[in-house]
Design a protein around this ligand. Structure first.
Ligand code: 3EB
Length: 335
């Protein structure tokens, strides 16, 4: 049986207008190195992080159509038959602080989802200007987590499915907090990483409110399965490993990704599925000078067939130098 992927995500050359105008199944086109405030179409998502090394690629998401687009409060969306992409960018010059902006973004996101046919976020990407500015609990990342927790209504006795997530710092002079997501009619299968403490259970030392995300979710549609991997760093247990050693941090992150994929297989009970075929990685790098070392490590240790791009971005803990996220398409082996 050949199952068609529900989300067809790839890195492509070519201009955004070409992708927006010449293909009918485009759910989103992500452009790097441009302010999110400059979106020209609901399907166009400019991301402030600069792409490092190599030809400028755009990220294209395609799915079964027809694709309907629109806006809802400050959110813009594109809705296919089974999947929705939505994005919000809030001008921080108009907000009192990061906590408030984050709460507002998540309020809008949740209110939108409640009335959407695709109510369940599978993964949320957060790009936060100056993420490490401020010290202790004033750090903008911690303030962002507070605002997110203010908005996200979770009964402490409950264990609702949490979306996967990425939270990365954009340039400090970028005016907009950006949140974008992929959502579907049913929740994904949550996967936690046995090597890592679940982020929502992090101890107090990392901030007043824990980050609310799962380590990964598996999207199951049309017989296809896709693993949406959260931002994965050199965190074992809850602690940063390999401080100041960028290549070792990336190796540890890749071990975490592998462990997460193994756990996903275990949960699905699918011994006949292998996963190194297709997908994409995004590698986030704090210091652009580390690009060569990072690239070398990826070439040596990550599956060669999976395309990757490198983005300049700060990681949510000052002592983390790199992080990786991605989408892995789980393919059935012929039996
Ligand atoms: C970590 O393991 C790294 O706050 O949404 C990764 C993915 C991280 C998502 C988030 C944070 C977030 O804690 C940081």
């Amino acid at each position: 049986m050949s199952s068609r992927l529900s989300l067809r995500a790839s890195y492509q050359e070519g201009s955004i207008s070409q992708w927006l105008n010449e293909a009918e199944d485009v759910l989103a086109v992500f452009e790097f190195g441009r302010s999110p405030l400059q979106s020209v179409d609901p399907r166009h998502v400019p991301v402030a992080l600069r792409q490092l090394g190599g030809p400028g690629m755009v990220e294209v998401w395609r799915c079964d159509g027809p694709i309907k687009t629109g806006s809802w409060d400050k959110l813009r969306f594109a809705q296919g038959e089974q999947l929705t992409m939505g994005h919000i960018s809030l001008d921080l010059r108009e907000a009192s602080d990061m906590r408030e902006a984050s709460r507002l973004a998540y309020d809008i996101l949740q209110t939108y989802l409640l009335q959407s046919p695709h109510q369940w976020p599978l993964k949320i990407w957060n790009y936060i200007p100056g993420i490490n500015q401020g010290s202790g609990d004033d750090e903008l990342y911690r303030q962002f987590c507070l605002g997110r927790a203010d908005a996200v209504l979770i009964d402490p006795g409950d264990r609702p499915p949490l979306p996967a997530a990425t939270a990365i710092g954009s340039p400090a002079d970028e005016p907009a907090l950006q949140v974008y997501f992929l959502a579907a009619a049913l929740p994904g299968l949550d996967v936690e990483n046995p090597r890592q403490v679940s982020a929502w259970r992090y101890p107090r030392q990392y901030g007043p409110r824990s980050p609310l995300f799962s380590r990964g979710t598996i999207l199951r549609l049309n017989g296809s399965r896709q693993f949406l991997i959260s931002g994965t760093a050199s965190v074992v247990g809850h602690q940063t490993h390999h401080e100041n050693q960028v290549a070792n941090q990336l190796s540890e992150s890749l071990r975490n990704v592998q462990s997460l994929l193994d756990e996903g297989h275990r949960l699905m009970g699918d011994s006949h599925i292998h996963h190194d075929d297709q997908g994409m990685f995004k590698v986030y790098i704090r210091n652009a000078d580390d690009l060569d070392l990072i690239r070398h490590t990826m070439d040596a240790e990550a599956p060669a067939k999976i395309p990757r791009i490198y983005l300049e971005g700060d990681i949510c803990r000052e002592n983390l130098l790199t992080e990786i996220d991605g989408i892995i398409n789980l393919k059935r082996k012929r039996s």
